[in-house]
Design a protein around this ligand. Structure first.
Ligand SMILES: Cc1cc2nc3c(=O)[nH]c(=O)nc-3n(C[C@H](O)[C@H](O)[C@H](O)COP(=O)(O)O)c2cc1C
Length: 308
C-alpha cells in the first residue's frame, strides 16, 4: 500500500526552524517511518467508498487498545460502525458532517465509566470515585487509542479525521448504539482511503513558542500578541478562514458584519467561535447529556469572569 507521499522535511520545517527540521528529517523517513507518519499528518475529509480490508481492521483494533491506560483501568470502549444507515444518522447527529457517512469506517470513542463501577459493586464496595476526575482520565485514555489508530491507518495509506462533533449528539448516539448507562460517546474517528489517493498538504500550526515552553511558562503578553498578530496576518493573506466565516448574526450583536472580506483571520474566527451568542440560549448540551447517561458532573457555568 502506498505511504503518504508528503515530505517529512517540509512538514517539520513548518513547525521547527530550518536546522532543527533538517536534523529531524535526517531521522526520517526510511529509518524512522513513525516520525514521517506523525509529521505529515493532515486530516482527510474526502474518502473513497471501498471497505477496509480485514487485516487493516484488525490492525486498527490492536492500535485502539495497545496504548497506555490510566491506572490500568481501561476506562474506554470503542464502537466500530460500518453500517451505512447507522453512519448516516451519526453524521447528522454529529453536526451534519458528510465525511462521517462517506468514510467506510467510523470509530466511536466512548468514555466507559461503567465497567470499573460494576467491578467495584461486584466486590461489595461502594463506588466513591469522582466522575469528573474519571471522565478526564477516560478522555485521555480514549484519545490515546484513537490517535494510535489514526497513525496506524495513515502509515498503511489510509486517511482519518477525528470527530469531536460526536459530543454534540452524545445521548442520541448512545441510544443508537445501544450503549449501557455510563458509556458515553465523546470523540469519533473516520477512516478510509483518501478519495483519488489525494493527501491534503499538512495544515499550518501556531508558532512553537506559543505551544511549547521549556521548564516554566516563558511567554510574555507582548510576545504572545505579536506572534498571534503574525499568525492572523498570514491567515488573512491566505484567506484560510473566509470560507468558514461564522455569520455575524450568530454573535447576537445586531447590525452588519463589521469585518470586511479579507480581514477575517485566525483571531476573529477563534473569537467568534468561542463568543457566539447561539451557544447561550440552550446551554451546553453536555450539561444535559452527561447526567442523562448516568454521570455526575457539574458545569462550572459561565467562564467569562475576569481573573484575580
Ligand atoms: C479533539 C478533536 C476534535 C475534532 N473534531 C472534528 C470534527 O468534529 N470535525 C472535523 O471535521 N474535524 C475535527 N477535528 C480535526 C481538526 O479540525 C483538525 O485537526 C484541525 O483543523 C487541524 O487540521 P489537520 O488535522 O489537518 O492538521 C478535530 C480534531 C481534534 C483534535
Amino acid at each position: 500500500m502506498p505511504d503518504s507521499p508528503l515530505d517529512p522535511h517540509e512538514a517539520a520545517a513548518a513547525v521547527l526552524d530550518e536546522s532543527a527540521a533538517a536534523a529531524v528529517a535526517a531521522l526520517a523517513p526510511h529509518s524512522r517511518p513513525t516520525l514521517a507518519t506523525v509529521l505529515t499528518h493532515a486530516s482527510v475529509r474526502r474518502f473513497a467508498p471501498e471497505p477496509l480490508p480485514d487485516d487493516v481492521l484488525a490492525a486498527l483494533q490492536a492500535a485502539l487498545v495497545r496504548g497506555p491506560t490510566s491506572s490500568a483501568l481501561h476506562s474506554y470502549t470503542h464502537v466500530l460502525v460500518r453500517d451505512v444507515e447507522r453512519k448516516r444518522v451519526i453524521a447528522h447527529l454529529a453536526g451534519d458532517q458528510p465525511w462521517i457517512d462517506h468514510a467506510p469506517l467510523l470509530i466511536v470513542g466512548c468514555a466507559d465509566l461503567r465497567r470499573a463501577r460494576e467491578v467495584t459493586h461486584a466486590r461489595g464496595y461502594r463506588y466513591t470515585a469522582h466522575d469528573l476526575r474519571m471522565l478526564i482520565s477516560a478522555t485521555a485514555d480514549l484519545s490515546v487509542g484513537l490517535q494510535n489508530a489514526s497513525l496506524v491507518a495513515q502509515s498503511l495509506g489510509f486517511g482519518t479525521v477525528l470527530l469531536g462533533g460526536v459530543l454534540n449528539g452524545s445521548l442520541e448516539i448512545a441510544e443508537l448504539l445501544s450503549l449501557p448507562q455510563r458509556v458515553v460517546p465523546l470523540v469519533g474517528l473516520s477512516v478510509g482511503r483518501p478519495s483519488g489517493d489525494h493527501w491534503p498538504t499538512p495544515r499550518p500550526r501556531l508558532p512553537l513558542p506559543l505551544l511549547v515552553h521549556h521548564e516554566t511558562w516563558s511567554l510574555d503578553a507582548a510576545s504572545e500578541r505579536e506572534l498571534l498578530a503574525a499568525v492572523d496576518a498570514d491567515t488573512r493573506a491566505r484567506g484560510d478562514f473566509e470560507g468558514r466565516r461564522i455569520p455575524w448574526a450568530a454573535m447576537g450583536l445586531g447590525g452588519d458584519d463589521p469585518v470586511a472580506h479579507g480581514d477575517y483571520g485566525w483571531l476573529e474566527h477563534t473569537a467568534r467561535k468561542q463568543g457566539r451568542a447561539t451557544w447561550l440560549p440552550q446551554g451546553a448540551k453536555v450539561d444535559v447529556d452527561l447526567p442523562a447517561q448516568g454521570l455526575r458532573v457539574s458545569s462550572t457555568g459561565d467562564a467569562d469572569e475576569p481573573e484575580g
